[in-house]
Write a protein that binds this ligand. Structure first.
Ligand code: PMP
Length: 456
């Protein structure tokens, strides 16, 4: 990376440490879809931070709501007090969530939200006389968080292996990467084939021991906006019902308008029993996450003595005030619709780029959660050699050009490098033009560096 930290930092022994050792610029300010560093360099936030800044940076309504709340009360322990922002945010959320997801519990982030979902599911099983049910089936590849429990259902060998003895690795089935198959099946048939892998896994594990299945409706961080066929959703719910298994949707990335509907699962009228939310819920203005569940799940847990969970900062009034203001802005600015409309524009532009850059393939996603794969050969879908580190190079080359994109390659499987473009939901047509132009420059540089073909 050629963009370095400020002079003030140079020569000073660092106290902060991160998971990355690459030097990064010192951020100074942000507005809309842009961020600036201390030297005045501008960056377009084509990844909405960690795909969370849904309402964009510097939103006055959110900032003012938080300030007003801080002036009144910044913290009151949920064991001692209710707070108006938490009560109101729960009410506003329940109004927007489908199919009886009306009981809300607040935490401080996405991993905590997933942990809370897993624990609520387990307590439901115990409270309803099914104590042998504890296995939660996840998918490979997938990302559900970075705490020991949420890593247990995450499919990413690099992240999980070191911690295997400390947590409980759960059974995983393949994510529905239907685009990679070279059979003669239709997409819908492939969707069924992947969904049936859940049933096979349940039978292998013993149905009486399986508690839940956890999935993102549209796979984000690990699979770059992977959209399963319609048949997948129908069959998954049928299988869960057949074996009395709970369906948990991780909507941490897909929620709050990101995909052009309020929830990712709303594209298919999904009926999960529990969902996790975070990211867009506070849009980065405060650490906030939530779970939402039906009364069928929450009722028995409360009757049996209550949810054995609680973080000091769960339901923090300032974070909830931020969430409440974010929902207000999502409505006022029509951001769910803008995500759908601008998503189509951006998707068209990404597809157009693949004509020029044939190593980019399988453009996919919904709304403003869009992704694509990088291939050595897009016809056979052969991945680039991992040592080329195409995902890291893509991020760095884009960053040098003032564009932030999201790019990963999950190790430990037949996976390719992928990337996502997921700007804030306030993005305009002109700004999409800017993003695509910089992305084109980036892909040109990547092609030159890694010796990939370009159509002239
Ligand atoms: N679930 C999903 C689907 C996510 O995308 C993420 C974050 N990338 C998480 C959980 C974890 O959220 P957090 O980083 O806030 O802990």
């Amino acid at each position: 990376m050629t963009v370095h930290s400020t002079k003030a930092e140079a020569g000073r022994k660092p106290n902060l440490f991160h998971f990355t050792r690459a030097p990064r610029p010192m951020v100074d300010r942000a507005d809309g879809i842009y961020l600036w560093d201390k030297t005045g360099r501008r960056f377009i936030d084509g990844s909405s931070g960690a795909v969370n800044v849904n309402v964009g940076h510097g939103n006055r309504a959110v900032i003012d709501a938080m300030k007003r709340q801080m002036d009144r009360v910044s913290f009151a322990y949920t064991i001692h007090f209710e707070s108006e922002p938490a009560v109101e945010l729960a009410r506003e959320l329940a109004e927007r969530l489908p199919n009886g997801l009306e009981r809300i519990y607040f935490v401080s982030g996405g991993s905590e939200a997933v942990e809370a979902c897993l624990k609520l599911a387990r307590q439901w099983a115990v409270a309803t006389g099914q104590p042998d049910r504890w296995k939660i089936i996840g998918r490979m590849p997938s990302y559900h968080g970075i705490t020991v429990g949420s890593l247990g259902v995450t499919g990413d060998d690099v992240l999980t292996k070191t911690f295997e003895q400390m947590g409980q690795p759960m059974p995983l089935i393949p994510a529905p990467m239907v685009h990679r198959d070279n059979d003669n099946l239709s997409l819908e048939q492939r969707g069924l084939r992947f969904a049936d892998m859940l049933e096979a896994k349940i039978l292998e594990e013993g149905p009486e021991s399986v508690l839940a299945f956890v999935m993102e409706p549209i796979g984000g961080a690990a699979t770059a906006a992977l959209v399963p066929p319609d048949s997948y959703f129908v069959r998954i719910r049928e299988i869960c019902d057949r074996y009395g298994i709970l369906l948990i949707h991780d909507e941490v990335m897909t929620g709050i308008g990101r995909t052009g509907k309020f929830l990712g699962g709303d594209h298919w009228n999904c009926k999960p029993d529990i969902i996790s939310l975070s990211k867009g819920l506070s849009s980065g203005y405060a650490p906030l996450g939530a779970l939402a569940a039906t009364q069928r799940i929450v009722g028995p847990v409360l009757e049996a003595g209550g949810f054995l969970h609680g973080h000091t900062y769960g339901g923090n009034p300032v974070a909830c005030a931020a969430g409440l203001a974010v929902l207000g802005e999502v409505d006022r600015l029509g951001l769910v619709d803008n995500s759908a409309v601008m998503g189509e524009v951006l998707k068209g532009e990404l597809e157009a780029l693949t004509k020029h850059f044939p190593f980019v393939g399988d453009v996919r996603g919904k709304g403003l959660l869009l992704g694509a794969e990088l291939y050595a050969d897009p016809v056979t879908r052969t991945p680039l050699p991992p040592e080329k580190n195409a995902n890291v190079r893509l991020i760095d080359l884009a960053f040098e050009r003032g564009l932030i994109v999201y790019s990963r390659r999950v190790r430990g499987g037949p996976f390719s490098d992928n990337f996502m473009v997921a700007p804030p939901l306030i993005v305009t047509r002109e700004e999409i033009g800017e993003i695509v132009s910089l992305l084109g420059d980036t892909l040109e540089a990547l092609a030159a560096e890694l010796d990939l073909p370009v159509n002239r």
